[in-house]
Design a protein around this ligand. Sequence first.
Ligand SMILES: [Zn+2]
Length: 402
Amino acid sequence: MQATPGVTLRRSFKFLLRPTARQAAALAACLEDHRTLYNAALEHRRTAYAKAGVSVRYGDQSADLKHIRADDPYGQARWSFSSQQATLRRLDRAFTAFFTRIRQGRRPGYPRFKGRGRFDTVEWPKDGDGCRWDSQPGHPTVTFLRLQGVGHVRVHRHRRVAGTVKTISVTREGTRWYVVLSCDEVPGHALPATGAVVGIDMGVASLLTTSDGEHLVNPGHLAASADRLAAAQRNLARKQRRSQRRRKAVARVAALHAHVRRQRLDGAHKTALALIRGYDVIVHEDLRIANLTRSASGTVERPGRKVAQKTGLNRSILDAGWGVFLTILSHKAESAGRELIAVNPAGTSRTCARCRHCAADNRVTQAEFRCTACGHAAHADVNAAENILRAGLALRRATEAA
Ligand SMILES: [Zn+2]
C-alpha cells in the first residue's frame, strides 16, 4: 500500500485501558457523575416545559453547570468542565433528534433517563482539556492516558495512532474500559486498481452475497450467540430485584452483548477488507431506505407490518450487523480510494437480472429465483446483488454525465 498524496481522513482508534483498581473506581465514579448530570439536565428540561412551557437550551444548561460545580466541590467539580459540557450536548442532540423525528411524522420516544448500565461513555471534546493522550511520552514501553480526576491510566496500544488526536472518549463495555481517539488528518492509503466491480445484497441466510455469487458471511455464529443471549435475558427476567443472583445475571447478559459486538466487528473487518482488496467499485443497498421499509415500528402513514416477526433478537442482531459493516466498509473504502455507491433497494429482489421482468412470483422461495418471463434461474440473493450492481453503475454513469 502506498500513501495517497493529499488525501487525509478523520478516523477513530480504539484501545483497551488497563486501569489500577483505584483508577477503575474513579472511572466508574466519573461515569456515574456524568450520568447523574445527564439525568438532572433531562429532568430540568422536562419540568421547565411541563410547569412553565419553557424550552431549556444547551446554552442555559451549560451556564448552570458552573453553579452545580460550585455546590458540589467533592463530586461534580472533580471532573472536566468540557466533558460535562459534552454530556449536556449529548442530551441536546437527543432532543434535536426527537424533534426532527416528530417533524418527519414518526413516533419517537421522548428522551429517556439513563439507568445504571445505560450510560457507558464520557467524551472529552479536545485533547489537552481535562484529558491528555500519551501523557508520559518519555516512557519507554507504556502509553498513558491522563484523565482529570482519574490520573495516568495505562493503555494497551496495539497499533500506531496516525494523524492528530481531536476528541477522546472513554467507554465501558461489561467489565472492560476502552479509550476511543478521534483523529484528524490521517493519511489515506490507496490500493492498486483491480478493474473489477461488485454489487452486494444484504440478506438473512448469508449476511452478504456478491453479484459474483460469493456468500461472504455466514451469521450462524451470531445466531448461536443470539440464542444464548435470549436464554440469558429470560433467566434475568426471572430473578428477584436487588438480589445477588440478579446482579450475576445482569453481568452475564452484558458479557454476552460484548461478545456479540466483538464477533460482529471481527467479521465485518475481514469481510470489508476482502471486498476492498478485490473491487474498485462496490455497490450496496442504501440502509436508510431499506430500514424505512423494514422498520418494525413503521411510520405514522405506514404502521409496521409483520412486527412480531421482525422484532426477534436474531433480526435485530443482523440489522445492527449491517450498520456496523457498512460503517467499516465506508471507512476502508475512503482510505483505499475505492468507490462505494448506495442504491435504493426497491424491487431488487423481485426483478430478473437478465430480462428486467419484475414480479413477486419470480421469487420461488427465500433462496430460489426463477423468472416467469424468460426462465432465468439463479440464487435469489445473487440475482438481487446483480440488480444492485446494475443500479449502482447506472447511477454512476448518470452522475458522471451531469
Ligand atoms: Zn427474466
